[in-house]
Design a protein around this ligand. Structure first.
Ligand code: HEM
Length: 311
């Protein structure tokens, strides 16, 4: 991912204005597809097209109306494209690199011994690629945090890995990606004395938990140091769900998200750029919440060679 980011930065340098949300979505799409062995026709603009569709799918996950329909169209298009890719790999028309996600998914067999249905295999591939590209939301939040608190940029440039990890936790705590998660009770149960009948919709208040004054003290202050002062308990910080990924539905990609964001936050902090006038508000009414302008920057240049070699 890092070489892909560094190549992109060279292009941003001459591009004039760049919207970081969009640009990061393209970097993440190119990087994750390269890693997963998924071929992209760069000349035909396939990376940008796929990035747009993946963002549309994430953007429409909890909404009705135009964004929802855009997400469904994007999903249909990409499931069709990835189904063709699986068929092409299996028939030998396209080579899947040995050991890649693409090869593994195309060869995977059900318990019955049958190969996965091509559409199921396509969905599995998208289930790896799509959420990785969603990290572009956090890249835009990171830019927002660095803009409002320029001292954070200096701290990150110092290359202290513990601080970088704390910064990334604070971005994930502070900014509202998914404000709540819903689930249906599969059986009658009771939670701390409150009866929950089977079929009841239960909401996990993610934003409330990540901004609980009793837990965080000053929840509306962006302060990475809080994560240096004490270790995070499993169910304190829950931007990607609570509990255990192995036994529940907590995001199994959380470690990956943190690793990616640590690398990209350092890269971003290692850049100098100007921030033109724009709408930097983040509405809590929008799910998933987004920096309204996508965070536009101009005159991007690498400021700190040290940060670029630190990861
Ligand atoms: C922007 C970064 C990400 C965010 C905000 C995010 C958030 C979430 C949330 C909130 C859930 C539901 C948790 C629950 O219901 O308790 C989830 C589930 C899931 N995530 Fe992520 N995720 C991200 C990145 C990733 C990545 C990088 C991957 C893997 C490549 C991934 C794979 C999954 C999968 C497979 C599930 C379903 C788990 C299940 O239902 O058992 N996610 N994610």
């Amino acid at each position: 991912m890092i070489p892909v980011w560094d190549d992109a930065v060279r292009e941003w340098n001459t591009a004039g204005q760049v919207v970081l949300f969009d640009a990061a979505s393209v970097v993440l799409t190119r990087g994750v597809c390269r890693w997963a062995g998924v071929p992209l026709d760069e000349g035909a603009g396939e990376t940008e097209h796929l990035a747009r569709d993946l963002v549309a799918m994430v953007d429409g996950f909890a909404t009705a109306g135009p964004r929802h329909w855009r997400a469904r169209r994007a999903r249909g298009r990409q499931e069709e494209r990835f189904t063709r890719l699986v068929e092409d790999v299996r028939s030998g028309r396209v080579a899947a690199p040995e050991g890649s996600v693409l090869a593994a998914v195309c060869r995977h067999r059900e318990a019955t011994g049958d190969l996965l249905h091509p559409h199921t295999a396509a969905v599995e591939l998208l289930n790896v690629i799509r959420p990785t590209v969603a990290v572009c939301w956090f890249v835009a939040y990171t830019a927002h945090a660095l803009h409002l608190q320029p001292n954070q940029r200096e701290r990150l440039r110092g290359g202290d890995t513990a601080y970088t990890a704390a910064f990334v936790h604070e971005v994930r705590r502070f900014y509202p990606f998914a404000p709540f998660l819903g689930g249906l009770a599969v059986r009658d149960l009771s939670w701390r004395g409150v009866p929950v009948p089977a079929g009841a919709m239960v909401l996990l208040d993610v934003f409330g938990q990540n901004h609980d004054e009793e837990l965080w003290g000053d929840p509306y202050v962006f302060r990475p140091e809080r994560f240096l002062e004490h270790a995070v308990e499993r169910d304190e910080l829950i931007p990607q769900g609570g509990g255990e990924p192995r036994t529940g539905h907590r995001c199994p990609g959380e470690g990956l998200t943190i690793g990616l964001l640590e690398a990209l936050a350092l890269r971003l902090a290692g850049l100098d750029y100007t921030v033109p006038d724009q709408d930097l508000r983040i509405s809590l009414r929008r799910i998933p919440a987004r920096v309204r302008s996508g965070f536009a920057v101009r005159d991007v240049r690498v400021a700190s060679k040290r940060t670029l070699t630190a990861v």
